[in-house]
Ligand binder design. Structure first.
Ligand code: ADP
Length: 446
């Protein structure tokens, strides 16, 4: 479970702005080229291209600042990142105003793009920060309109070939009405978006807190389970040793029924020991979440897991078909836990198959991933339960009443092991009869 802090979210959003600015840069260049060459709009394209270069420089500076701040302030990133976002938005506003200057000022409907920056400020900055950026936008746009009106700077008309010049920058009534409505709508918009943004941020923070608490509780539970299971396992080992000594007749020969019940008790303790071992391994994996790795052959491991079951396979007259790709002979992972994966899956295939069944184990290698399929033609899994079987202690409804023993822990351990190796596992019902388990593991370099 990964917890994303408020600072990490802020950094991610600063990068998000940088990535989207690259798109905006391409967009501006494309629109300018299309307007001049296809629509015949007369604009000062050199001015626009120059400002586009300014946009590229701004983006590179923002990227550099972000990397610098991340290295310099490993913690307490909040304020410097917010300052970088302020820098980015203010620079964007300056460049946008410059572009509007070259393309008709208030006559250009693209002035509506100021709205984007207001919304982005409301999402990324505090409420005050968003109002500051909105005011900067309105001041810049207002000054442009003012300077064009009084002729302090030359006005570039946005004229289309064959159509009369709009000349709206001289129309005081139009200017005050348009600018007034725009300013009013901008402040209302920022008020609304910051309110929604604030509510969402509070909920996000509460969620992060709840996840953190959940993780703490989960760790406490795992440590508790680890201790109890460990104790149970050592007591079981002692009981098993005593039962073994008794059944071997060290303290006197046992009669038929006595021996039979002793062996039954011994077998039960064996099942319980396996259960405790699985539970211990899952809990350790969850607590540590990392494993020691070495290079070994998955192929040899699969063959060994099958050979270990030789007696049981023979008893149930089950055949095993192996199609193993050579490329799985050098796998980098945790040997002991991967052994557990195959012991569990092959053990299940055997356990849930009827007499005379067939188990097929195939591996495929596609340069990036290793795929291992273990199929049987046994009792199968009810369709609605196929994803639930990986939950701890879950046993499918069709095993009830069959007398097949199990604890429902094996598959959750298998899933946990596959996960820490960066892979995934899922089950499928076979078209005819039986189940197929598919494991996908990434090919990792040593
Ligand atoms: P169990 O000890 O019960 O076998 P697992 O965690 O290994 O526990 O498996 C969980 C459940 O998934 C099993 O109880 C069974 O219902 C189902 N299952 C697992 N493997 C197979 C299989 N090869 N064929 C049919 N059902 C299976």
């Amino acid at each position: 479970m990964t917890i994303v802090t408020r600072e990490q979210r802020l950094v991610a959003r600063a990068y998000w702005m940088i990535n989207h600015r690259w798109l905006a840069i391409v967009g501006v260049a494309a629109i300018t080229w299309l307007s001049v060459n296809l629509v015949d709009i007369s604009i000062n394209q050199n001015g626009i291209y120059l400002l586009t270069i300014g946009l590229i420089i701004e983006n590179l500076v923002a990227l550099w600042l972000l990397e610098f701040v991340k290295k310099r302030y490993r913690s307490n990133l909040d304020t410097p990142i917010r300052l970088i976002i302020h820098f980015q938005i203010t620079s964007d506003l300056l460049i946008l105003t410059g572009m509007l200057h070259f393309t008709g000022g208030i006559e250009n409907p693209f002035f509506i793009i100021y709205i984007f920056h207001m919304v982005i400020s409301s999402i990324l900055l505090s409420r005050i920060g968003a109002f500051i950026q909105t005011t900067i936008a309105l001041l810049l746009f207002g000054s442009l309109v003012f300077f064009h009106y009084y002729g302090i700077i030359p006005h570039n008309c946005l004229s289309i070939e064959g159509l009369p010049n709009p000349e709206l920058h001289h129309d005081l009534y139009y200017l005050t009405r348009t600018f007034g409505v725009f300013a009013f709508a901008s402040y209302i918009l920022v008020y609304l978006t910051t309110s929604i943004g604030h509510r969402l941020r509070t909920q996000e923070d509460k969620l992060t807190e709840a996840i953190e608490q959940l993780k703490i509780n989960d760790d406490i539970k795992n440590k508790y389970v680890l201790r109890i299971t460990h104790d149970i396992k050592s007591h079981l080992a002692a009981i098993q040793a005593s039962l073994s000594v008794l059944s071997e007749g060290v303290f006197g020969k046992l009669e038929g029924r006595q021996k039979e019940f002793l062996i039954r008790a011994y077998n039960r303790t064996q099942t319980l020991t396996n259960f405790a071992r699985n539970l211990l391994q899952i809990t350790r994996l969850r607590l540590e979440n990392e494993i020691e790795k070495e290079v070994f052959s998955l192929g040899d491991m699969i063959v060994k897991a099958v050979n270990d079951r030789h007696e049981e396979l023979k008893e149930k007259e089950i055949s095993v078909l192996l199609e193993l790709d050579e490329s799985i002979d050098t796998f980098f992972g945790n040997k002991t836990s991967m052994e557990g994966v195959f012991q569990n899956l092959i053990g299940n295939a055997l356990k849930y198959s009827e007499e005379g069944g067939l188990i097929e184990i195939k591996t495929h290698d596609n340069r990036l991933k290793i795929k291992i399929e273990i199929s049987d033609n046994g009792i199968g899994i009810p369709r609605s339960e196929i994803t639930k079987i990986f939950s701890e202690f879950y046993r499918a409804s069709n095993v009830k009443g069959t007398g097949i023993q199990g604890s429902g822990v094996g598959l959750s351990l298998v899933q946990e092991i596959v996960k820490v190796h960066g892979g995934k596992i899922w089950a499928k019902n076979r078209t005819k009869k039986g189940t197929k388990f598919i494991i996908e593991l990434p090919k990792t370099d040593k």
